[in-house]
Design a protein around this ligand. Structure first.
Ligand SMILES: [Zn+2]
Length: 100
């Protein structure tokens, strides 16, 4: 009876490893690394690694944000044109945006 329980636990363990490995195809971590983490360090750590990984296709873009009006520009400018029309001279702050 106890052998059947161990076999059932082992099958559930392997099933979780296979599910995580399949899900990780669209993540930056990839299925191979997820498989090894899940198999040797338990599926719990594999799941955490899977969740903390970015999607495979992530685009990073530089943007320049006005700190007064919040408008974003794709090109670097000396100061915000919108705020300049209203009489304010506000420098733009460079930020990096992440999009999927
Ligand atoms: Zn502005």
């Amino acid at each position: 009876m106890t052998i059947a329980i161990y076999i059932a636990i082992g099958l559930v363990y392997l099933l979780l490893v296979i599910i995580l490995t399949t899900l990780a195809k669209n993540k930056r971590i990839g299925p191979t690394r997820t498989f090894f983490i899940s198999f040797f360090l338990t599926p719990v750590l594999g799941y955490l690694a899977y969740r903390s990984s970015d999607p495979r296709h992530v685009i990073y873009s530089k943007r320049y944000v006005c700190q007064r009006c919040g408008f974003e520009y794709t090109e670097d400018k000396d100061m915000c044109p919108n705020c300049k029309k209203e009489g304010y001279e506000v420098d733009l702050k460079q930020v990096v945006r992440k999009s999927i």
